[in-house]
Design a protein around this ligand. Structure first.
Ligand code: NAD
Length: 535
């Protein structure tokens, strides 16, 4: 099937296709690394672009002492920031939104050069950050405003619920969506009055540093967002040990370590972890739309998307007709390695990701699976390219059936009833995202309610739920704890405080009452409140 997968050559740029080297110049690297908190003697680490396999940056590594300094600086800046009116903090997010579009091209170049993904998939990240910055830029004041609550005694007890920032948030983020999962997740932390120390994945640190530059240009005090670089197991724990709250996105394995460490200090943590997401194509689905949607759902960012689909459950009656449409589209997908629109899919990020994909596919085939499309690495395009791959007849013991592949591989399973489809979709330790396809929206929502995942998309793969920043997004089961977006996505970065003011009479016998008379008086008062439906 190799001959059906093409390389897209940049149709726009002249004189030749722009490549990763054009985006990550020595000048850009020299400027961006100024945003890393690291001492002058710092050791450096080499970062390679997945598009070429060549080293494109040498980044200074932060030491544990640098991490401590980063928290001190962010803490000092945080006090003045939290004292600014909420409108002023919101305004920074709204200006940042506009800057994202003014600098769209260089941001997309960086994301592509660091991750190897197709430009349209890089744009998905920018779009998600743009939506979140507008959302919280317009609504933070409403989410965070001090609220009146009913006091125990009407009139006599005045109660307020007040939101305070946590302080300085420690953030650890992965490489797969470096723009969205670094800045997108901490915009609500900033607008709530916090400082942040971020440890991005070293592979994609330049994107995070560029986002920081733009946020500072939008008005964020420079010291408020500190960025530290280094090996996850070395400086990650330092970040967890110093944060007043921890925001972690990454694998379930690391997430459990982070959770235990945060628990030991009794600080809160949100954990956005792995998935093994299912798509259900019901008997009455529009097959062309479902096939088109499945391509988007399975192969965005070459499947290195926590919410992308790796298990495709199709009603037996329509399976052949659906697969004919789906595999034709997959075989026609274009792979590309240049910084331009036009490719349907880019590269995997690293040797490690490629090795997992090869291992999962080869083992499944050895156990009897049939390759309906793809199934091979493409070293002719770049060191880590792999074809978009569809497997049928996967043995349930194969790793690709139960483990997260995090690559461009989807397995097809047939079902005879909706009950069976729901049961099999739920038969995983993960619970991040799922997708249901049917012409009947009500039926789709009824099936959705039975799926144990934090988001369900009806007649799309993942984008509507993720992009709806007013609604929470996150995982059930081992896919995580806590949510991004919506009220959960901002209130988690706050401490809530109740302030109750007692008026006129105190909480104890008054006017010469004995304890017994006071107890009777309280009982009578509560009865009266009940009769008046005030309690
Ligand atoms: P990972 O857990 O290996 O690394 C994530 C981050 O944690 C990196 O910055 C890494 O350096 C750091 N880290 C590693 N060891 C650490 C330690 N002991 N203590 C503290 N930090 C440490 O994950 P990955 O391979 O980079 O990312 C892919 C995984 O992330 C996939 O499982 C994917 O599903 C998941 N993910 C989840 C979401 C979500 O929103 N649920 C989003 C994106 C990715």
């Amino acid at each position: 099937m190799t001959d059906t997968v093409d390389t897209v050559r940049n149709p726009i740029a002249a004189p030749g296709p722009r490549t990763a080297d054009d985006a990550v110049t020595a000048e850009v690297v020299a400027r961006l690394i100024g945003g890393i908190t690291a001492g002058p003697e710092a050791e450096t680490t080499a970062v390679r672009s997945p598009l070429t396999g060549e080293v494109h940056a040498e980044l200074p590594c932060s030491t544990p002492k640098d991490v401590a300094d980063a928290f001190d600086r962010a803490r000092a800046a945080q006090r003045a920031w939290a004292a600014r009116p909420i409108r002023a903090r919101e305004a920074v997010l709204l200006r940042f939104h506009d800057l994202l579009f003014q600098h769209r091209d260089d941001l997309l170049d960086l994301v592509q050069a660091e991750t190897g993904k197709a430009r349209s998939h890089a744009f998905e990240e920018l779009g998600a950050v743009a939506v979140a910055s507008r959302h919280y830029g317009r609504t933070a004041g409403r989410y965070l405003r001090t609220r009146r609550r009913n006091g125990v005694f009407p009139v006599l007890t005045h109660v307020q619920e007040i939101r305070h920032p946590k302080g300085v948030v420690g953030q650890i983020s992965p490489w797969n969506y470096p723009l969205e999962l670094s800045i997108g997740d901490v915009l609500p932390a900033f607008v709530a009055g916090n400082g942040v120390v971020t440890k991005p994945d070293t592979q994609t640190a330049l994107t995070c540093l560029r986002a920081r530059e733009l946020l500072v240009e939008a008005g964020l005090p420079a010291d408020l967002w500190q960025i530290v670089i280094g090996e996850g197991p070395v400086i990650g724990p330092e970040v967890v040990d110093r944060g007043d709250y921890v925001s972690f996105t990454g694998s379930t394995r690391t997430g459990k370590e982070v959770a235990q460490r945060a628990a030991g200090r009794l600080v809160g943590a949100s954990l956005e972890l792995g998935g093994k997401n299912a798509m259900l194509v019901l008997r009455d689905a529009d097959l062309d739309r479902a096939a088109e949607g499945a391509v988007r759902a399975c192969f965005s960012s070459a499947g290195q998307l926590c919410i992308s689909i790796e298990r495709l459950f199709v009603a037996r009656e329509i399976a052949d007709a659906f697969l004919e449409r789906f595999t034709a589209r997959v075989r026609a997908m274009k792979l590309g390695n240049t910084l331009a629109y036009g490719a349907d899919m880019g590269s995997l990020v690293s040797e490690r990701q490629l090795a997992t994909v090869v291992r999962h596919v080869d083992e499944a085939v050895k156990n009897g699976a049939v390759v309906l499309a793809g199934g091979k690495p493409r070293p002719d395009l770049g060191p880590f390219f792999y074809e978009p791959t569809v497997l049928d007849g996967v043995d349930e013991q194969s790793a690709v059936c139960g483990e997260e592949t995090f690559g461009p591989v989807v397995s097809v399973y047939r079902f005879d009833s909706e009950d069976e489809a729901v049961e099999r979709a739920n038969a995983t330790r993960y619970g991040l995202n799922s997708s249901v396809w049917t012409k009947d929206g009500g039926r789709g929502r009824a099936v959705a309610a039975r799926l144990q995942t934090g988001t369900v998309n009806v007649n799309e793969g993942y984008a509507p739920a993720y992009a709806s920043a007013a609604a929470p997004m996150g995982g059930m089961k081992e896919s995580g704890v806590g949510r991004r977006h919506g009220s959960e996505g901002i209130l988690k970065y706050t401490e809530v405080q109740t302030v109750a003011t007692q008026r006129l009479v105190g909480f104890g016998p008054a006017f010469g009452m004995t304890d017994e008379q006071y107890a009777k008086f309280l009982g009578t008062s509560l009865k009266a409140l009940k009769a008046l439906r005030l309690k």
